[in-house]
Design a protein around this ligand. Structure first.
Ligand code: 5RP
Length: 257
C-alpha cells in the first residue's frame, strides 16, 4: 500500500494546484473575518474566495453586523447562512468591504470582474472606509494581463464594442442585475492608469474591472496556511494599531518608517 507521502507525490499536479489555491483563498478569507467587529456595516464581495468568508462570519455570530452584498449570488448565500442584509443606500457608508480579485499587480492595481460583479463591487469598495482584498497567492502576478472585464450599456452596444476594439461580449453570461452587458477588453494593458482612464471615458462603458491602488486598503494573500499582508495605497482610518507593510517599487512588502 502506498504511504501517505508517496500517494501525495502521485497526485496530479493540477489537483495539487487547485487544493493549494483553495487553501490560500480560505486562509485569506479567515484572516479577513477577524477584521469584522460588532456593529459593523460590511460590504461583501462576490466569488469563490468570498464564499469561504461567509460561513466563518456566520459561525462567529458578530453582534449587530449588517451586510451589503455585491451580487444576487452573495446575497442569497449570506441570507441562507443567517447574515443580516440591507441595501447600500439603506446603510449609507460602510465600515469595511471585503472582496476577492482576479489579478493583483505589485504596484497594487487589481483586475476584478471574473464573476461579472465588478460594477457593484467598485461602488461598494468606494462606499467603504476600508477595502480589504482577499486572494490566494497565485493571483499575485508581475503584470496585469487581459482580459479586463467590462459592463456596457445595451444601447449602442455594437458601437461601444468597436470603440473598445478588441472587446467582446462574454459568452453565456446574463445581463448584470442592473441591466448591463458583461464583456471583456482583450487589448494590451500597458499602463493601467491610462487604460482605466480610456475605458472610463468611452461612451457606453458603465464600469471596468481595473481597480486603482488608492481604492485598496489592504491585500491579504493566502499561501499555504499563512497569510501575507500588503498595504494598498488607500489611507486606512481603522488600521491604526497594526500598519501593514507598504509596497516598494519592486512590489515587495517594505516596512513603513
Ligand atoms: C467577481 C470578482 C471576484 O472577486 C474575482 O473574480 C475573484 O473571484 P474568485 O474569488 O472566485 O477567485 O471580481 O466579480
Amino acid at each position: 500500500m502506498a504511504s501517505p507521502r508517496s500517494s501525495r507525490r502521485a497526485q496530479p499536479s493540477r489537483l495539487r494546484d487547485e487544493q493549494a489555491t483553495a487553501a490560500g483563498k480560505r486562509a485569506a478569507a479567515e484572516a479577513a473575518a477577524e477584521l469584522v467587529a460588532p456593529g459593523m456595516r460590511l460590504g461583501l464581495g462576490t466569488g469563490t474566495t468570498v464564499a469561504f468568508l461567509l460561513p466563518v462570519l456566520a459561525r462567529r455570530g458578530v453582534a449587530g453586523l449588517v451586510c451589503v452584498a455585491t451580487s444576487p449570488a452573495t446575497e442569497s448565500a449570506a441570507r441562507e447562512l443567517g447574515l443580516e442584509l440591507r441595501g447600500l443606500d439603506e446603510v449609507g457608508e460602510l465600515d469595511l468591504a471585503i472582496d476577492g480579485a482576479d489579478q493583483v499587480e505589485p504596484s497594487g492595481w487589481l483586475i476584478k470582474g471574473g464573476g461579472a460583479a465588478h460594477t457593484r463591487e467598485k461602488i461598494v469598495a468606494h462606499a467603504a472606509r476600508r477595502f480589504v482584498v482577499i486572494v490566494s497567492g497565485d493571483k499575485v502576478i508581475e503584470r496585469l494581463s487581459p482580459p479586463v472585464p467590462l459592463e456596457l450599456m445595451r444601447f449602442g452596444l455594437g458601437h461601444t464594442l468597436r470603440e473598445l476594439h478588441p472587446a467582446r461580449v462574454r459568452e453565456g453570461v446574463p445581463l448584470s442585475p442592473d441591466g448591463g452587458v458583461i464583456a471583456d477588453y482583450f487589448g494590451p494593458i500597458g499602463e493601467p492608469r491610462s487604460l482605466a482612464a480610456r475605458l472610463s471615458a468611452t461612451a457606453g462603458v458603465v464600469e471596468h474591472g481595473l481597480f486603482a491602488p488608492e481604492i485598496v486598503s489592504e491585500i491579504l494573500i493566502g499561501e499555504g496556511d499563512g497569510v501575507n499582508r500588503r498595504a494598498g495605497a488607500r489611507t486606512d482610518p481603522l488600521a491604526g494599531d497594526r500598519p501593514a507593510p507598504a509596497l516598494n517599487e519592486g512590489g515587495e512588502a517594505a516596512r513603513r518608517g
